[in-house]
Design a protein around this ligand. Sequence first.
Ligand SMILES: [Zn+2]
Ligand SMILES: [Zn+2]
Length: 149
Amino acid sequence: MSKRNTIQKQLILNAMNQMEDHPTADEVYQKIAASYPGISKATVYRNLGTLTEDGLILKLNVPGAADKYDRSTHAHYHAVCSRCGKFIDLETDRPLRVDIDDTAMKDFTIEEYTILFKGICMECKNGQTENTSNDVFNIEFKKSKGEKA
Ligand SMILES: [Zn+2]
Ligand SMILES: [Zn+2]
């Protein structure tokens, strides 16, 4: 059983390596099912959960849409284009801080939080549709101390 699980996990990781964007569970399933029609959706979903627990992939909560999965597990942020829905990796060496007043959270213990930037990707901004490269999205984080950008 554990060997079978290992093979299933490897199938999922291989499929995700071939997928450029951050796929949803269903997109991962569709990709695998194209080559392995016998695999069930439940199996793919369950293994995505295990891989997330094992820290081999990241699960990204997307408000109002299906969760996405990410093969890149290093610390990075995400932005979603509000026009075309493209999901983009944002690399920054400036870690973001979320400051919440202790008293505001006295009845709640935060275990994790998700930061998702929304905006317009460079292609949509320029009226292009073709995907050129990953570095076309230049985001400038606003300085937090009232400094004007
Ligand atoms: Zn876009
Ligand atoms: Zn990512």
